[in-house]
Design a protein around this ligand. Structure first.
Ligand SMILES: *Cc1c(COP(=O)(O)O)cnc(C)c1O
Length: 375
């Protein structure tokens, strides 16, 4: 249990034992499902933990040159790369570090085929199953007109020479039944090309470490696939499931203002430091709070920027909040620090790790970090 009173504010704090708990579940999937699980840096780039992660997982997946460099320098295992398009000026640097690369179109494959083959990087093609059970369009790679992956109509089997893998990604925070449904569509559309592949990448969005995720069903799906297509390696590349419920964002009440309701102004910004709350949108959980009307004291929790909508939501507490009260936002490790901004120059939360009953601060952001992002 983290002792939040010794954690500076604001700060993202990860509890190492919770990360290990997740990694053990993911490793079970690797062992019993015969799959490789790699960490999608897009959702989890907390690189101080990469030495630990690399003890369990098979590597990382990068979606840019920067993430490729981070994967190769800090994870030091397999480096998979998948991006909507690569730049000619960057592909050389990417290919000299990648073990696997996925192209999002046949035109990109043709453009970079020679260099990919000469550098002996295993190449794949991203396919679009045109089927997904993701409700929010912002997070649905298989929605109509999606640029992500090749549809069966645009698929050009005559250009597959040299391609060793197929990649699809059509899930978001979903259970194994959603994978089963998407895989069925993938096989219906692209099944005849699967046996000639060396690997299949089932993408991310598998919420494997969530309490109600059916890990046994996933392992069953993987083994069924192995039986049907012997010798083909399966890769899963979750991001969110790595950091799921591994830590919090600690913040402090700076002021309480009143405009019909009580509003607590915090030393963080929801827009800058928890952007998915406004993007998805969703109401973050605050430790010790409840929905409005359940507990006695009600507050709107709001950020320290000029954006009117910089609001986490309305909450109720057992005791009145005071200036200096700590507000702890739950589950704020994945997709937070990778997406933060320096909007308004609001102090960027530090990054820390709770391990063996002790807190260690691993990164602080001052004026220089803000200044050096600009010019
Ligand atoms: C976003 C993404 C992932 C990781 O998704 P999670 O929802 O974080 O598990 C993996 N692969 C691709 C191609 C992605 O775009």
């Amino acid at each position: 249990m983290i002792n939040y009173s010794v954690v500076p504010s604001p700060c993202y704090v990860l509890e190492e034992s919770r990360l290990i708990y997740n990694l053990e579940i993911l490793n079970k999937v690797q062992k019993e499902g015969g799959a490789k699980v790699i960490c999608a840096l897009k959702g989890f780039s907390f690189w101080k933990t990469f030495p630990l992660i690399s003890q369990y997982l098979s590597g990382a997946t990068a979606s840019s040159l920067n993430e490729t460099l981070l994967a190769s320098q800090k994870m030091k295992k397999e480096v998979h790369v998948c991006a909507p398009a690569y730049k000619a000026s960057e592909i050389g640097q990417i290919l000299s570090r990648a073990s696997h690369i996925t192209f999002n179109s046949f035109s990109q494959w043709e453009l970079f085929k020679k260099e990919t083959l000469s550098k002996k990087v295993s190449a794949g093609i991203r396919i679009n199953p045109e089927f997904s059970t993701v409700d929010v369009d912002l997070y649905n790679p298989a929605s109509r007109y999606s640029r992500l992956g090749i549809t069966i109509k645009e698929f050009k089997p005559e250009l597959l020479d040299g391609i060793e893998g197929l990649h699809f990604h059509a899930l978001c925070e979903q259970n194994a039944d959603a994978l089963e449904a998407v895989l069925e569509r993938v096989e219906a559309n692209f099944g005849k090309w699967i046996p000639r592949m060396k690997w299949m990448n089932f993408g991310g969005g598998h919420h494997i470490t969530r309490a109600d995720y059916d890990v046994q069903k996933l392992i069953g799906i993987l083994n069924k696939f192995h039986k049907k297509y012997p010798g083909i390696e399966i890769i899963l590349e979750p991001g969110e499931a790595i950091g799921w419920q591994t830590g919090e964002l600690v913040s402090t009440v700076l002021d309480i203002v009143r405009n019909e309701i009580n509003i607590a102004v915090l030393d963080v910004s929801i827009a800058a430091h928890m952007p998915d709350c406004l993007e998805m949108p969703y109401r973050p959980m605050v430790i010790g709070s409840d929905m409005l009307g359940i507990k006695k004291y009600a507050y709107r929790l709001a950020g320290n920027s000029c954006l009117a909508g910089d609001i986490a939501g309305d909450y109720s507490f057992d005791k009145p909040l005071k200036i200096g009260s700590k507000i702890i936002f739950a589950d704020m490790i994945h997709y937070t620090m990778v997406k933060t901004t320096f909007f308004n120059g609001v102090k960027h939360p530090s990054i820390g790790i709770w391990k063996g009953g002790k807190f260690s601060l691993v990164r602080e952001f001052g004026y220089e970090s803000f200044r050096d992002k600009l010019s």
